[in-house]
Design a protein around this ligand. Sequence first.
Ligand code: ADP
Length: 447
Amino acid sequence: MINKNKIVVLGAGESGVGAAFLAQQQGYDVFVSDFGTIADHYKQQLVEWNIRFEENQHTEDEILAAVEVIKSPGIPDKAPIIKKIKEKDIAIISEIEFAGRYTNAKIIGITGSNGKTTTTSLTYHILKNAGLNVGLAGNIGKSFAYQVATEKFDLYVLELSSFMLDDMHRFKVDIAILLNITPDHLDRYDYKMENYAASKFRVTQNQTADDYFIFCADDPETIKGMAGSSFAAQQLPFSIEKKIEPGAYLEEDNIVINVYKQHFQMSISDLALQGKHNIYNSMASGIAAKVLELRNPSIRDSMSNFKNIEHRLESVGKISGISFINDSKATNVNSTWYALESMTTDVVLILGGVDKGNDYSMLKDLVKQKVKAIVCLGKDNKRIHDAFEDVVEIIVNTYSAEEAAQVSYHLAKKGDTVLLSPACASFDLFKNYEDRGNQFKQAVREL
Ligand code: ADP
């Protein structure tokens, strides 16, 4: 029997627990179910808030009695419980969709295959420094639902992964940013690029002529995906290859933004975030800031004093004149490409981990130009050897962050850079990319 007042939350991570809190606050009868073990910290919260939950199982009678199911982004549609929920025609929504019903705040939603966290954090930093009453949520920090339940922000900057977008139906993003589309997570999209791309474009669904769609005009998959589709929102593209108005472009070494009557200009050498990929990220954030009519000196200050987040081209320091950089978050080939592209010295590159079917060919030219040695850091490194043996003379296997740091240190000489930018997931040797980055930093400090 369906209970019209009952909401089930599947998955008790940050988003699930936040959604449960908000649902309870709104008067729903809430039940949380996780097929795995729930982290102690979240269990304590559920107990404290008197929310019923189960772990290591899904009790179907409980779940199939819900009027709506809020699904955590990590649960794939193929999971048996999701199939059963669908058979019963019970609506499945994301935490973002649910929380969106209870706030009138303006939403800036940021998605893309790479650069989401960086651009979301930078945009938030610019808005907050300009004095706006702004929240930061999505795939980052405290869940959106929890903040909607406990805060009163006028606007939110949300990092939206494609998994979150998949279960968004009516939620509207006022300013949508689509950074780029390159292959990732294809296992969740029937190995079809067009399905994955369609999921990214959901960030624009429900937009009207009063809204904005900011995207990268240089990104082939974005342009391909846009062809033949119509978009209600006002389009504000950015490019470093050509002059675009309205939108953003690069003129000599300046970012130029023209958004209707608003004009902004800044030298790329003053940007806190260096590298070609960060010019794109800064342009996207800058356009959003100009749409909100923020003052240029304030935007300039924020763009130049922003502190990059951990594990993204993070400088670990110099030892014997060798620079060490932690880019552990580079878990696909495209992000490693941008990391290498931004290098201005010879590089010892630490690559490897869990290979999600990588095509390394796009790295070959840059590796040939800049990389003097590759240090593999993964359980199985055969595909890296196969891909690069004809372009790099030295390819060494290592099996711990400590060993990788030591070997790289010996292979590098004064003036070189040791770059950890693995192009792979980390689960073979580490808990996650943060663990990989932290162990690497620790090992560097102990050299
Ligand atoms: P996401 O949140 O989308 O995973 P991050 O901002 O955490 O992205 O950055 C992940 C990695 O991707 C960074 O280490 C960087 O090397 C690379 N990267 C950042 N921005 C871009 C971009 N606009 N295009 C391509 N690669 C990027």
